[in-house]
Design a protein around this ligand. Structure first.
Ligand code: DX5
Ligand code: ZN
Length: 213
């Protein structure tokens, strides 16, 4: 499994050190949750922070955009040179146009699905998708339980992927621990985002245990 730690529950004052530790502990990427206080209630960071993080790590950065009207700032996130940007369909009326902008910049483009979001929304964007992020808890907060509805979504996406002979990645985000990591893997997931599980345990041991589920 590919493991992308979420820094939502990191020590923000010591973010560089936290990210260096994750890198040394074997993380494959860093997952950055951008929250605007509207699409979700909490507020986290913006593109300036992503650019700053990009300078202190060689790991690929994933941007999970939980903001209303992402089209307003998408250029700034693209300029921060992440590896991937994931957008929630409900947040914009320009979903295809934004995905296209991301792809044209050489960045992997993704759709993020809340538990409420019907998975078949991706069918209108299959030609533009590099990754689908399934949010497997209530969006906006770390440390919440994994919802089993996410397993149905992973299986559905896995079937769409094979039916259409596609190779977009299936990524799961929220409530990941050893048990839910195994369940997600068995349903067809390729990438796991984990926050609390990694930050509450020894980072090296947690990341390696998740990689080998
Ligand atoms: C939730 C975020 C997640 C969150 C996961 O909306 O998208 O990335 O940080 O945290 P855990 O692993 O604690 O559920
Ligand atoms: Zn996330």
């Amino acid at each position: 499994m590919i493991i992308s730690p979420s820094i939502l529950n990191a020590d923000y004052v010591n973010l560089e050190n936290e990210i260096n530790q994750l890198e040394k502990a074997g993380a494959n990427a860093i997952h950055i949750d951008i929250m605007d206080g509207r699409f979700v209630q909490p507020i986290t960071w913006g593109p300036t922070t992503v650019s700053a993080i990009e300078k202190v790590t060689s790991l690929p950065l994933e941007i999970h955009l939980m903001v209303d009207e992402p089209e307003r700032n998408i250029e700034a996130y693209i300029n921060a040179k992440p590896d991937s940007i994931m957008i929630h369909p409900e947040s914009t009326v320009f979903l295809r146009k934004i995905l296209l902008l991301i792809k044209q910049a050489g960045i992997r483009a993704g759709i993020a699905l809340k538990l409420e979001t019907p998975s078949d929304v991706i069918l209108n964007c299959l030609d533009l998708l590099d990754v689908v992020l399934i949010v497997s808890c209530d969006e906006g907060f770390g440390g919440q339980p994994f919802h089993s509805l996410a397993l149905d979504k992973i299986s559905f996406l896995n079937k769409i992927r094979s039916d259409h002979q596609m190779n977009f990645a299936i990524e799961v985000d929220g409530g990941i621990d050893l048990k839910t990591a195994k369940q997600s893997k068995n349903a067809g997931a390729d990438i796991l985002v984990a926050g609390s599980y990694i930050f509450k345990n020894n980072k090296y041991e947690a990341i390696h245990a998740l990689k080998n589920v």
